[in-house]
Write a protein that binds this ligand. Structure first.
Ligand SMILES: [Zn+2]
Ligand SMILES: [Zn+2]
Length: 351
């Protein structure tokens, strides 16, 4: 838009500039909607708002803000300021569901405004926003923002089930483990197993989508997948997870309180809201996870090698082969050492 306007002014003089002025507001709003829904960063959109008074006014039209995509709302933690907060609030007031979720997470975890954060996430969840449903489920499973007794396993399972119906892989995985363990729901090992297979298939499909975007010339080949970093961080992080990783990773903010730990999965960024809230790896006792989803991802990407003594790791060489076969959608068996509830946190669970 800025380029078009500049070109119009430079190449064709005042007459063409007047043509831009003569464009009906509805047409400009339509173009700005397209821009805000496809922007690859907040600056793509904000730069246009700074072009002139008219674009600034129309760019902040509720209809435009309601269409802003997650990348246009992906504020970096280092750039967080009152203006960024105000912009997200405007998007929330315009009814942008993604903004409900992003601002909800930032308020709950980073600004520690638990009530307002959970309420915004709930508004996104009501509109069937799968990551918001999943995040609320984790709040219920962990009793985040409250005491251990505030856990509501049934509510967590219900929220997970709803997000799983929308195809959210982490919710599918969490629900599968709940069914297998009888955690907040009646035990059903076969159904849990079936959902784990589904979760793996969906994750595998999303990995392939990411790889295809990276290179148009990748053929379906496991060897190539390894070459292109299949075992590395291949899942796309939601912008708000990136924000939290940056926020709590900075010297300025750091871990939110004494004795509180971060989720050890690098793609999560959730901190504990009370001491010993998260699950701990029983193999080494050094890492903590907010959820089974994070536990499973970190195990596959990093912790499998870090946790086990090298001689034991060599002894499990055949397990690796089995796991690659399992990624074909047949099965996935997580090492049971990675699934343990912190002592004293067990609520009638058998794992
Ligand atoms: Zn996590
Ligand atoms: Zn470990």
């Amino acid at each position: 838009m800025k380029k078009l306007r500049n070109e119009a002014s430079l190449q064709h003089g005042k007459t063409q500039s007047d043509l831009f002025e003569s464009l009906h507001d509805d047409m400009v709003i339509f173009i700005l909607c397209k821009l805000s829904s496809t922007a690859s960063s907040p600056s793509d959109f904000i730069a246009v708002l700074h072009t002139c008074k008219r674009l600034n006014k129309l760019g902040l039209h509720p209809f435009v803000l309601s269409k802003s995509c997650s990348k246009a709302l992906a504020v970096r933690a280092k750039n967080w300021c009152e203006e960024a907060h105000k912009f997200l609030k405007l998007c929330v007031n315009a009814g942008n569901i993604e903004a409900y979720y992003i601002l909800g997470m930032i308020r709950f975890y980073c600004l520690q405004n638990r009530g307002s954060g959970a309420s915004l996430m709930a508004k996104a969840a009501v509109k069937s926003h799968a990551p918001a449903l999943y995040s609320l489920a984790l709040l219920q499973f962990n009793g985040s923002g409250g005491l251990k007794n505030d856990k509501d396993l049934g509510a967590g399972v219900a929220l997970c089930a709803r997000a799983a119906c929308l195809g959210h892989p982490d919710s599918l995985r969490e629900l599968a483990h709940c069914l297998q363990d009888g955690y907040g729901v009646r035990r059903n090992i076969a159904e849990g197993h079936r959902l784990l297979v589904q979760a793996n298939s969906r994750e595998f499909a999303s990995v392939l989508r990411v790889l295809k975007n990276k290179s148009k010339h990748i053929n379906f080949d496991f060897g190539l997948l390894n070459d292109y970093g299949f075992n590395q961080a291949s899942r796309q992080m939601h912008p708000v997870n990136k924000f939290m990783v940056e926020w709590f990773g900075s010297k300025e903010n750091g871990v939110p309180g004494p004795g509180l730990k971060m989720c050890s999965y690098k793609g999560c960024g959730r901190p504990e809201t009370r001491i010993n809230e998260f699950r701990r790896c029983s193999g080494c006792g050094k890492v903590n996870y907010c959820s089974r989803g994070c536990q499973a991802h970190d195990w596959r990407l990093n912790h499998k090698v870090e946790c086990a003594p090298i001689e034991e790791w060599m002894g499990h060489a055949f397990d690796d082969v089995e796991e690659e076969v399992n990624m074909n959608g047949e099965d996935y068996v997580m090492d049971d050492r990675t699934v343990e509830i912190e002592e004293g946190e067990v609520d009638g669970i058998e794992i």
